[in-house]
Design a binder for this molecule. Structure first.
Ligand code: GDP
Ligand code: IMO
Ligand code: MG
Length: 429
């Protein structure tokens, strides 16, 4: 076995990138299996900060990095990100990087539609990253997508482009937008095709070979379970399945490959964009948490909404995603708070609930029930072992573990790669 699947267990930005980068040196391949360049993963290694959106976080350690078929790929964003990382000294070539040739493409028309819809929705907007993610997944499921493999056959692509553009023209007309310029789109694809194709291959074959050789695969999830299109706070979600189960469908390996499911959990809660957030803090405590945690989006720079830890949500996401153990991140952000609160249940219409209901209006209406614990004045920043943590911080971690009914495998105490406490090695059987 010895594979690990990393997923976000809240609304994203839990610190997946840092943990994947830390684990990558023990892995033989790192695979992204869903989402696109809506993700923003920040890695801090010594003096250098890397910001990744589309590339698997394994690329920084030089580990074989693969973009699986479950990802929606914007070729221009890919090129820009590769060039940026190469500028930071990261080596990327067809030896250590591969893209599934059956990946659907995100095109400029997807970004257009994402923006047009959000603007038209006004206050009811989802607060997307504006990267065209939703429209690209719609076209994939609608069997209209242009895929990476089509870039090698642009001489035959006209009927596909016509079908796709006819669909988009109708939508664009509703926003008073002109039809898509077919020739312009084809010319753009022709220009970028060779760049993408140098990495394209049937990655399921490469992964099959890698697995036969007994290699360890690390699956890197993007977003978080509460943004999952089925299990999240619908409709305020992204357009992919972010749960561990999609690692297999999004890469072309069977479900047994998933291995240890490592849920990444922030020691408090954040969310970007619209939608329900039961423990959200609009007061100076929230402001202090946001400032201490530098809670600004990697992709859009938007200020993240901030709240106390919600054990109801994380118990639910761990169950839904079959989480084996969690990595608890950003515990250092809670240093110096006199008390810390954990949400242990909800009140809805006079009833106590131990889960988040599915209906959007009920999700918006639940009121958190809190348990208050003593905080700690000592610093946990940079701690590398349990012994470095103050007793109150250990109690907080233990209480979380108890409430979410899932053990803690790692604790992260700073953005820096090595400031990580290992409790149980996810790669060990
Ligand atoms: P991701 O999307 O899940 O990869 O998370 P992001 O990179 O968007 O956001 C997490 C932020 O917290 C990044 O800026 C990380 O450098 C930072 N971070 C990760 N782990 C820790 C930690 O344990 N402590 C602190 N203070 N920052 C952390
Ligand atoms: P990482 O991988 C946090 C949110 C957006 C919006 C919703 C839909 O860094 O954790 P989309 O552009 O996907 O259609 O937007 O999902 N969202 C994220 N929030 N972290 C992310 O990724 C996110 N990716 C998308 O803010 O609410
Ligand atoms: Mg992020």
């Amino acid at each position: 076995m010895a594979n690990v699947t990393v997923i976000g267990a809240q609304w994203g930005d839990e610190g997946k990138g840092k943990i994947v980068d830390w684990l990558a040196s023990r892995a033989d391949a790192v695979v992204r299996f869903q989402g696109g360049h809506n993700a923003g993963h920040t890695l801090v290694v010594g003096e250098t900060t890397y910001k990744l959106s589309l590339l698997p976080s394994g690329i920084v350690t030089g580990t074989l990095s693969i973009i699986g078929n479950g990802v929606v790929l914007d070729p221009w964003a890919l090129k820009a990100e590769i060039e940026k990382l190469e500028g930071q000294g990261v080596v990327i070539n067809d030896d250590n990087f591969a893209i599934a040739d059956n990946c659907p493409l995100i095109l400029p028309l997807h970004r257009d539609l994402d923006g047009l819809r959000e603007t038209a929705a006004g206050k009811g907007k989802i607060g997307t990253t504006g990267r065209g993610i939703g429209p690209a997944y719609e076209d994939k499921v609608g069997r209209r997508a242009i895929r990476v493999c089509d870039l090698a056959h642009l001489d035959q692509v006209d009927p596909q482009i016509e079908r796709l553009c006819a669909h988009h023209d109708a939508l664009r007309a509703g926003f008073d937008q002109p039809p898509v310029d077919r020739e312009g789109l084809k010319a753009e694809l022709a220009e970028i095709a060779d760049f993408v194709l140098q990495y394209a291959q049937p990655v399921w074959k490469r992964l099959k070979k890698v697995r036969k050789a007994g290699a360890r695969v690390l699956f890197e999830g993007a977003q978080g379970v509460l943004l999952d299109v089925d299990h999240g706070t619908y409709p305020f979600v992204t357009s992919s399945n972010t749960v561990s189960g999609s690692a297999s469908a999004g890469s072309g390996l069977g479900p047994s490959a998933t291995g240890f499911v490592l849920g990444i959990v922030k020691a408090y809660t954040t969310r970007v964009g619209s939608g329900p957030f039961p423990t959200e803090l609009d007061d100076e405590v929230g402001q202090r948490l946001g400032e201490r945690g530098h809670e600004f989006g990697t992709v859009t720079g938007r200020q993240r909404r901030v709240g106390w830890f919600d054990a109801v949500l994380v118990r639910q996401t761990c169950a839904i995603s079959g989480v084996t153990g969690i990595a608890l991140t950003k515990i250092d952000v809670l240093d110096g708070f006199e008390t810390v609160k954990i949400c242990t249940g909800y009140r809805l219409n006079g009833k106590v609930m131990d889960y988040l209901p599915s209906h959007a209006a009920s999700q918006a209406a639940v009121e958190p029930i809190y348990e208050e614990m003593p905080g700690w004045s000592e610093s946990t920043a940079g701690a590398k072992s349990w012994a470095d943590l103050p007793a109150a911080a250990i109690k907080y971690v233990q209480r979380i573990q108890e409430l979410i009914e899932t053990p803690v495998a790692l604790v992260s105490t700073s953005p820096e790669r090595d400031d990580t406490i290992l409790v149980r090695d996810p790669f060990e059987d």
